[in-house]
Design a protein around this ligand. Structure first.
Ligand code: HEC
Length: 228
């Protein structure tokens, strides 16, 4: 794996909630031209002035292999910063202010000098980048859950001895259990937002994947296994 994807809740205290406006990956492709002087994305992308941005969502900040990140970015990754759509939306407005707030360190430095102030441009470029999410293969003796709904939600997979993972998934993203030497049955859960503890869950057996089609409170979500 080229990026380390780990399961930790994102620190959301410092971020502005992503405003619910339309997002366009097609417009984001144009916005990305501004990023392209430093970043590549997609098949065959290489680190340049900035790191490769393929599969960035759900990855730990500062984790793309072979790229020499700034100290503050590495520290943020160690402190559990995961790139979600919302975090990137806020980072792009001001990488320096974002890292200072996240690390609670007024001296933190950003190696990325570029700022993207326009809100719609930031939404669109985030949508464009999320189209470069690499699907995970189902782990041996484990299972995955995919967010097949149109909104971002928080997901958890619990797999007995293989442990629990929690992650915010944007539409189309998956979360899988760890590989295991023995079959792990367990359950998958989804929460509407990070603040809510009410959600939906499904029992699941090793080797079977689950998809969440539509979120609804009080355990009335639509899953691929219960939709006819
Ligand atoms: C002038 C060059 C430059 C431009 C333009 C630029 N970046 Fe960056 N970007 C960087 C550098 C350098 C880093 C490494 C930051 C660090 O280590 O602190 C970075 C880091 C990032 C990261 C963190 C990646 C990781 O693996 O943790 C993301 C995400 C990112 N940039 C997105 C963008 C997007 C989206 C745009 C366009 C809207 C953009 N950048 C424009 C130079 C640039």
């Amino acid at each position: 794996m080229r990026r380390s994807h780990i399961a930790v809740f994102v620190s959301i205290a410092l971020s502005t909630a992503l405003p619910a406006l339309a997002q366009s990956a097609a417009d984001g492709e144009k916005v990305f031209r501004k990023c392209a002087s430093c970043h590549q994305v997609g098949d065959g992308a290489k680190n340049r002035i900035g790191p490769v941005l393929t599969d960035v969502f759900g990855s730990t900040a500062g984790s793309f292999e072979g790229y020499k990140y700034g100290k503050s970015m590495l520290a943020a990754g160690e402190d559990g910063l995961i790139w979600t759509e919302e975090n990137l939306f806020n980072y792009l407005f001001s990488p320096k202010d974002f890292l200072r707030a996240f690390l609670d360190d007024p001296k933190a430095k950003a190696k990325m000098s570029f700022r993207l102030k326009d809100e719609q441009d930031r939404r669109d470029v985030v949508a464009y980048l999320s189209s470069f999410t690499v699907a995970m293969a189902t782990p041996t003796n484990g299972f995955c859950v995919t967010n097949q709904s149109e909104l971002t939600h928080v997901f958890a997979v619990d797999a007995g001895d293989a442990g629990r993972k929690v992650q915010e998934l944007t539409p189309g993203q998956s979360l899988c259990t760890a590989e295991s030497s023995t079959p792990q049955n367990g359950f998958v859960s989804v929460f509407e937002t990070i603040e809510k503890d009410e959600g939906c869950s499904r029992l699941i057996t090793a080797g079977n994947d689950e998809g969440m089609i539509r979120y609804s409170d009080f355990d009335r979500c639509e899953w691929t296994s219960n939709s006819s």
